[in-house]
Design a protein around this ligand. Structure first.
Ligand code: PMP
Length: 443
């Protein structure tokens, strides 16, 4: 039996260097909120594999549904015939949709593919080519998705030219400028005005197919989009005949306390992308839209060898059932309150408070942003004493203490993405580890 050291050495030699890792270790087993690593350590998982294993690792009903499907049909190619898990999954998802008008489904494999397909659909349906995306957005690693990703340069460094026709609008995140006198509503209006300016100066409405937005910026810092901003975008889209694409890949499936985050604002998407929590770890994504729109697509224009895999669809059906049976949304509300209470208590600690710039998020998609010397232009009083790279140092310290915690892109931010069915005991344990880690790192 290979040891963790032997395995990681093998990985270091033979795995593509383009892949980075939080830790040089190897997963062994996952159960609920916990992972056991080959090194022997037991780790509380506050990453959920980046917001995927929302019902915890190896949820018994999800694993059983997948195993049963494995014995019946693994691959039913969706361009050859329908398979029942595909159709039954649609039946489960229809009542969960943020709006009953969303009644046309296409399943794919990864979130990037869903975004890629949504962009392609938007262009094909409208016969227009340009896409407006948001500053800080993350939509994936394929060429179209990469072109609309604006959270960090590493994803596309040196690989241009990307897909043309992409325009970036400012996302209303002004925490760093909180001393500025204007109210947040004024700032939101300013951002909406910037979108209108884009449409009159750079990308005419007659050339603009869609506006694409994550209702909560994920990789870009876990920043919820203000509801008035989302509603304003909807109005702009209505006014100019532009489609609104809502990317719920990370914020969907209960992550923020409702099935989909967009429900909070009441905005109706024209196209919605889903993935991650949809199948709790089995590769599955989806593009949801209105029949009236997707009827404009030519048969054969959508497809994919593994699109809507039968095992993944069977797992996703079990996820949807567990959501109801286990009252997942109620648990998200209760554990979210525990998490925010604990983080706010930490912020009130005189030694730690000044290092915390912001606590934000919704449900169990929550971030803590630390002060950073590189942000000293924004708030010198707080940041002159801030240690460097607090977020990654806190994440490392959490791991030493037995918890996985991820950072986000360019801000000094750590993100909390625990399982949605986490027990209060495990959640508070995670909060305790985090508090100790921050205390040790800032002292
Ligand atoms: N959209 C959003 C909002 C995401 O968070 C992600 C993944 N982090 C993607 C798209 C891409 O999904 P995938 O990694 O499955 O391709």
């Amino acid at each position: 039996v290979a040891t963790a050291t032997e395995l990681t050495r093998f990985g270091q030699r033979y795995v593509n260097k383009g892949l980075s890792r939080l830790v040089e270790d190897v997963f062994d087993k996952g159960e609920g909120s916990w992972l056991t690593m080959k090194s022997g350590r037991r780790v509380l998982d506050f990453t959920c594999g980046i917001g995927v294993t929302n019902l915890g690792h190896c949820h018994p009903k999800v694993s059983k549904a997948a195993a049963d499907q494995c014995m019946a049909l693994v691959h039913g190619q969706c361009s050859v015939a329908y398979h029942e898990p595909y159709l039954n999954l649609i039946k489960r998802l229809l009542p969960m949709m943020p709006d009953p008008s969303l009644d046309s489904f296409f399943f794919w494999t990864s979130g990037s593919e869903a975004v890629e397909g949504a962009l392609k659909m938007a262009r094909s349906i409208t016969h227009k080519q340009n896409i407006i995306t948001m500053q800080g957005a993350y939509h994936g690693r394929t060429f179209g998705a990469m072109a609309v990703t604006k959270s960090k340069t590493i994803y596309s460094d040196g690989v241009a030219p990307l897909m043309p026709g992409v325009f970036t609008a400012p996302f209303p995140y002004w925490h760093h400028f909180s001393s500025s006198p204007s109210s947040s509503e004024e700032r939101i209006r300013a951002c909406l005005y910037q979108v209108e300016l884009l449409l009159s100066q750079q990308s005419a409405p007659s050339d603009t197919a869609a506006i694409l937005i994550e209702p909560v910026l994920g990789e870009g810092g876990y920043v919820p989009a203000p509801h008035t901003f989302l509603r304003g975008l909807r109005e702009i889209c209505n006014k100019h005949g532009i489609l609104l694409i809502i990317d719920e890949v990370q914020s969907g499936f209960g992550r923020t306390g409702k099935n989909f985050n967009i429900e909070y604002s009441g905005v109706k998407p024209d196209i919605m992308t889903i993935a991650k929590g949809l199948a709790n770890g089995f590769p599955l994504s989806g593009i949801v839209s209105r029949k009236e729109l997707t009827d404009k697509l030519k048969p054969g224009s959508m497809g994919g060898t593994y699109a809507g895999n039968a095992v993944s669809c069977a797992a996703a059906i079990a996820v949807a059932d567990a959501f109801k049976e286990e009252k997942i949304l109620e648990n998200v509300q209760a554990r979210s309150k525990d998490l925010f209470d604990s983080l706010h208590a930490l912020q009130r600690n005189a030694a730690i408070g000044p290092h915390i710039l912001d606590i934000r998020g919704q449900g169990l998609m929550v971030a803590v942003e630390f002060a950073s010397p590189s942000h000293s232009a924004y708030d010198p009083a707080v940041t002159t004493t801030a240690p460097e790279h607090l977020a990654s140092r806190v994440s490392k310290r959490c791991l030493e203490k037995g918890m996985f915690l991820l950072t986000t892109s360019v801000y000094e931010t750590v993100r909390f993405i625990p399982p949605l069915n986490i027990s209060q005991e495990d959640l508070l344990k995670g909060c305790q580890i985090f508090a100790e880690a921050v205390e040790e790192v800032v002292k």
